[in-house]
Design a protein. Structure first.
Ligand code: ZN
Length: 189
């Protein structure tokens, strides 16, 4: 009798496991698989347009104005406006950590506060590591900066080109949506 019960319990357990696995398999089959395609190009210095090369140079220069006594990671950003003006910014740290600001937002807010009605065309970003050398790998904006870049695109109603500099090459991304899929914007409000 006892043996029969144990067999029954095993059978029930097996049925449950098989049923659960079957459910997962069905879910996986019917689940709509979606993906983002993020196009970008890697350019050598010689492949950059003159305007882009100048913007990257401005970002590299902006690293000199960084205040990074804590991380020693000096970031510079340069923004090209529709009127041809280049505005730069750099990371500004603070002993009370959250009070600092990244170079990208520093540059964008600097541009927005100085030329509020002029659209931002492009931003270039460069960084020096703790040794003082420019990073080999292109530096990438943090999430907060990506959100601000997305807002800037939305604000001026035009795509913003992003140039991420590294000594091994510069990544060019046409539009912030490639950097921030599922961005939060006013349509959610
Ligand atoms: Zn940032």
């Amino acid at each position: 009798m006892c043996c029969k019960n144990t067999q029954k319990q095993r059978l029930s357990l097996c049925t449950f496991i098989v049923f659960t696995l079957l459910c997962f398999a069905i879910i996986l089959i019917i689940m709509e698989k979606l993906a983002f395609h993020i196009p970008y190009v890697r350019l050598d210095d010689a492949e950059l347009s003159e305007a882009d090369r100048q913007l990257v140079e401005a970002a590299k220069q902006a690293t000199e104005t960084s205040y990074a006594p804590y991380s020693q990671f000096r970031v510079g950003a340069a923004v090209l406006l529709d009127n041809g003006v280049v505005v730069s910014g750099s990371n500004q740290e603070n002993a009370a950590t959250p009070n600092g600001i990244c170079a990208e937002r520093c540059a964008i807010f600097h541009a927005n506060a100085t030329w509020p009605k002029v659209a931002v065309q492009a931003i270039a970003i460069a960084a020096r590591d703790t040794s003082g050398a420019f990073t080999e790998r292109p530096i990438s904006p943090c999430g907060m900066c990506r959100q601000v870049l997305a807002e800037t695109e939305h604000r001026y109603g035009k795509s913003l080109r992003v140039l991420l500099y590294g000594t091994a090459g510069t990544y060019l991304i046409e539009g912030v949506s490639g950097l921030l899929p599922f961005a939060f914007d006013e349509s959610f409000l």
